[in-house]
Ligand binder design. Structure first.
Ligand code: CDP
Length: 557
């Protein structure tokens, strides 16, 4: 039987349980629906065996799939994936077809990413009407409004990623389109930056802004100035983030099928147009036993999780035939982790330490390797992904074009009762306002487990500041392992992200937190460091700036 916290039960009741369903029945529904995929490949006894395995790992909160799977598996809706990228081509018909498909996906809890780079720039000619084009930012408003309207009916607010190439003539308007703090609240935005752009930003040089309609140079701009503008906007509101688009394409497993131009809303899955990806995460707090990592248990969990996510592809109900074709052709899955901060605390390793960076590499390296092995093993039983001969895995036997991806786990980490994704603790204590305006103090249970008791004075300090650093009488060692997101220097956020990225097929969704006093120059440095560390994307969040970026992750309503 599943044991859940009060918060977890509240979340499930509000949005995940079917009428009259208990949490236990939810996990049973999901295990049954997903394991039905096994019937396509083997006898009923095989499906029954996997149903049991899937149920066990979810009940134990050792592994959870992304929210749409929990919400929709075994229901008439049946759409199970969290991440989509849709094409936006340069015609009114195609733009609105994309809006329509977006609406259909968001109704099911899926998030959508778009590259607007193919749209002709503002002021360019429109032949059929003899008029002037309104440009990508203007069309993004249509997507944003549509998401607003769907929000009221759906189970969670819709999330979008808007991407524009750094070489698009409207790039400046795009970079600043959220700086008023009001516009495009349903979008995270990212600039797709090339190696050439960073090289020129570092050495001094201009990049060409090119009209995608005819390939002609529209104007030129100093790369360094553009990077300054990105940093300044991100300093104000957290947006835009950066996509290191060439690094992303160096790891594109199916380059013959096209170049990747965009990611899903939180950035962890770069995808081709019409591709989707379903995600799931292993709860790392469950693999620590008596102060040590149980590697055999982790290996077992990876195997079950890969099989689970692969099954999802077969039982999923797709919102569009083209999406089904891409999903079943590449069979991408995204296995990630949650509870990294909890694991570190249990092992008494500070987040901002070389030891943590080394462990991140070892751990994710292990998961990535085992996921690859599990996918190869599955291919022997069920066949390789159909596009394998058009992929970098040509000649191999492999079931999934990508296996790993690190999602924010905004909601599922709360259901599992652990820390989200690979993020550090956000606060060790705070005063929560609950329904009716009552104020309830909250102290991080992981802290209480380590310190056993706190004096009234210490409690007061912690609740007021959210951190341990000013509380007197707390041992240095404890203060060191309970540093919160804003107290950890940006370079350590980046180092941990890079350590995980090195062993992740897709990308890592991570926020680099900054204190209020950080400058645009600091942010520029972070973007350059991200490039040097071979990250696929970087998002920053400065304390006190607008909430835009984290909003989707906290997923509150
Ligand atoms: O924890 P949960 O499975 O609910 O989701 P997550 O790991 O926080 O986010 C994973 C992905 O789900 C995001 O990158 C989005 O693609 C999508 N998502 C969404 O569409 N709408 C939200 N409100 C939250 C997430």
């Amino acid at each position: 039987m599943v044991k859940l916290s009060e918060t977890a039960i509240e979340i499930l009741k509000a949005r995940y349980l079917r009428p009259g369903e208990t949490p236990q029945e939810l996990f049973e529904r999901v295990a049954r629906a997903v394991s039905e995929a096994e019937l396509l490949y083997g006898p009923a006894s095989q499906a029954a065996r996997w149903e049991e395995e899937f149920l066990k790992v979810m009940e134990n909160l050792e592994f959870l799939p992304n929210s749409p799977t929990l919400m929709n598996a075994g229901t008439p809706l049946g759409q199970l994936a969290a991440c989509f990228v849709l094409p936006v081509e340069d015609s009114i018909e195609e733009i609105f077809a994309s809006v329509s498909l977006m609406a259909k996906i968001q109704k099911t809890g899926g998030g959508t990413g778009f590259s607007f780079s193919r749209l002709r720039p503002k002021g360019d000619t429109v032949k059929s009407t003899n008029g002037k084009a309104s440009g990508p930012v203007s069309f993004m408003k249509v997507f944003n409004c549509a998401t607003d309207a769907i929000k009221q009916g759906g189970k969670r607010r819709g999330a979008n990623m808007g991407v524009l190439s750094v070489n698009h003539p409207d790039v400046k308007e795009f970079i600043t389109c959220k700086t008023d703090g009001k516009s495009f609240q349903n979008f995270n935005i990212s600039v797709a930056c090339t190696d050439d752009f960073f090289q020129k930003a570092l050495k001094g040089g201009e990049i060409e802004l090119i009209n995608p309609r005819d390939g002609k140079v529209w104007s030129r701009v100093k790369a360094d100035e553009l990077l300054d503008l990105i940093a300044e906007s991100a300093w104000k509101t957290g947006d835009p983030g950066i996509l290191y688009i060439d690094e992303i394409n160096r790891h594109n497993p199916t380059p013959a099928l096209g170049r990747i131009e965009a990611t899903n809303p939180c950035g962890e899955v770069p995808l081709l147009p019409y591709e989707e990806c379903n995600l799931g995460s292993i709860n790392l707090s469950k693999i620590v036993e008596k102060g040590r990592i149980n590697w055999e248990k982790l290996e077992r969990l990876v195997k079950v999780a890969v099989r689970f996510l692969d099954c999802v592809i077969d039982v999923n109900r797709y919102p569009h035939p083209e999406i089904e074709k891409m999903a079943k052709g590449n069979r991408k899955i995204g296995l990630g982790v949650m509870g990294w901060a909890e694991l570190l605390i249990e092992l008494e390793i500070p987040y901002d330490s070389e030891e943590a960076v080394e462990l991140a590499e070892r751990l994710m390296g292990f998961i990535n390797r085992k996921a690859f092995e599990a996918s190869a093993e599955l291919a022997k039983q069920k066949g390789s992904f159909p596009n394998i001969d058009k992929s970098v895995y040509r000649g191999k036997t492999l079931r999934n074009a990508t296996r790993t991806s690190i999602a924010p786990t905004g909601t599922i980490s709360m259901i599992a009762g652990t820390t989200p994704s690979i993020e550090p603790l956000f606060a060790v204590g705070y005063v929560k306002r609950v329904l009716g305006g009552r104020r309830v103090p909250f102290i991080e249970p992981l802290l209480m487990k380590k310190v056993k008791e706190l004096s009234l004075q210490q409690l007061k300090e912690i609740l007021e500041s959210g951190t341990l650093q000013r509380a007197e009488g707390i041992p240095e060692k404890i203060k060191r392992i309970f540093k919160t997101a804003h107290e950890i220097a940006p370079e350590w956020h980046l180092k941990i992200q890079a350590a995980f990225q090195k062993h992740t097929d897709n990308a890592v969704s991570k926020t680099v937190n900054l204190p209020k006093s950080a400058t645009p120059e600091d942010i520029k440095e972070i973007f350059i460091t991200g490039y040097k560390l071979k990250l696929k994307g970087v998002t920053v969040f400065r304390e006190g700036s607008k909430e835009g970026v984290v909003e989707f992750k906290v997923d509150q309503e």
